[in-house]
Ligand binder design. Structure first.
Ligand code: GDP
Length: 298
């Protein structure tokens, strides 16, 4: 395993102990360790560079004061910068002012969209909302059924094309779901879209067509935290092809260090809003930048 950022910094700081302030050489040594650790955690190079620059600047200007020794001071700066780049406070969902709130989920096949759709529905239901799930992934065999099974697990109804109509038009299904939600007094509509194993133009166009038809209040890009450096190119492709307002990181129960979170935020400037961390419907929470910062550091 790679050394963690905290380990690396601790090693560097052994040589700093007892010094009153950070010299330029100390700052350079620290920056080097941060750079290596972040690259090892699969953070995209431009984000690493910008982050390291920001930490160096603050470390240079920092007063070495009071209770903290220089080493602690740098850890504090790194932590604060991580939290800042990850978005500071958690961004909340935006609800429609009138009519049902529409949340569109987009992402690659296998990212965890269908699972996430049900988790999000449960989370909303627990907050007193009345969500409905909409099956617009008509590409992947069993996706509709999987959504129905998950919907049942969380007690949320699923709006889907009639059985046997597997080649249905997802745009028509999405459009009809809004009318259905209004009629049945559901106040949040969660639309699950088709993904492919890799980014392709047809998939993007379909998601964009659904977006244009339902005019979502939030488009959430769902991404597997384990895909490392690929997170950046995938996020960029979805940003260009569909556009999105926020990010959901999935599979955080794996050993991904969180590099994807930092990269996506740094490159797309869209906040990570939710975190999915397991196969159970309760393995879901709003994203906490401070927790992710600790994960990246430790
Ligand atoms: P979709 O193709 O994007 O709809 O992805 P699915 O929801 O079908 O998920 C793909 C696989 O990942 C399934 O086997 C899920 O059970 C699994 N999965 C989804 N979310 C998580 C998660 O947070 N943690 C883990 N460990 N597995 C997950």
């Amino acid at each position: 395993m790679f050394a963690t950022l905290s380990d690396r910094l601790a090693d560097t700081f052994k040589n700093l102990r007892g010094k009153g302030r950070l010299s330029e050489a100390d700052i350079d040594a620290t920056a080097r360790e941060i750079r290596i650790a972040l690259l090892e955690a699969d953070v995209a190079l431009p984000v690493v560079k910008e982050f390291t620059r920001a930490v160096k600047e603050r470390a240079r200007g920092a007063e070495v004061s009071g209770a903290l020794n220089p080493a602690q001071q740098v850890v504090k700066i790194v932590n604060e910068e991580l939290v800042a780049i990850l978005g500071g406070e958690t961004r909340r969902l935006r609800y429609a002012k009138s009519g049902p709130t529409v949340i569109l989920l987009a992402g690659l096949q296998g990212a965890g969209k269908t699972t996430l759709a049900a988790k999000l529905a449960k989370w909303l239901k627990d907050q007193g909302k009345s969500p409905v799930l909409v099956a617009c992934d008509l590409q992947r065999p069993n996706a509709v059924q999987q959504l129905q099974v998950n919907g049942e697990r969380v007690g949320v109804p699923v709006f889907a094309p009639e059985p046997g109509n597997g080649t249905g038009d997802p745009v028509a299904v999405a459009t009809a779901s809004l009318e259905h939600a209004r009629r049945t007094l559901h106040d949040v509509v969660i639309v699950d879209t088709a993904g492919r194993l890799g980014v392709d133009a047809e998939m993007m166009q379909q998601a964009a067509d659904i977006r244009d038809a339902v005019r979502p209040d939030e488009v959430l890009f769902v991404v597997d935290a384990m895909i490392g450096q690929d997170a950046v190119s995938t996020a960029q492709a979805f940003l260009d092809g569909v556009g999105f307002d926020g990010v959901v990181l999935t599979k955080l129960d794996g050993d991904a260090r969180g590099g994807a979170a930092l990269s996506i935020r740094g490159i797309t400037d869209r906040p990570v809003m939710f975190a999915s961390s397991g196969e159970k419907m309760t393995d879901f929470d709003v994203f906490h930048p401070d927790r992710m910062a600790s994960r990246i550091l430790d």
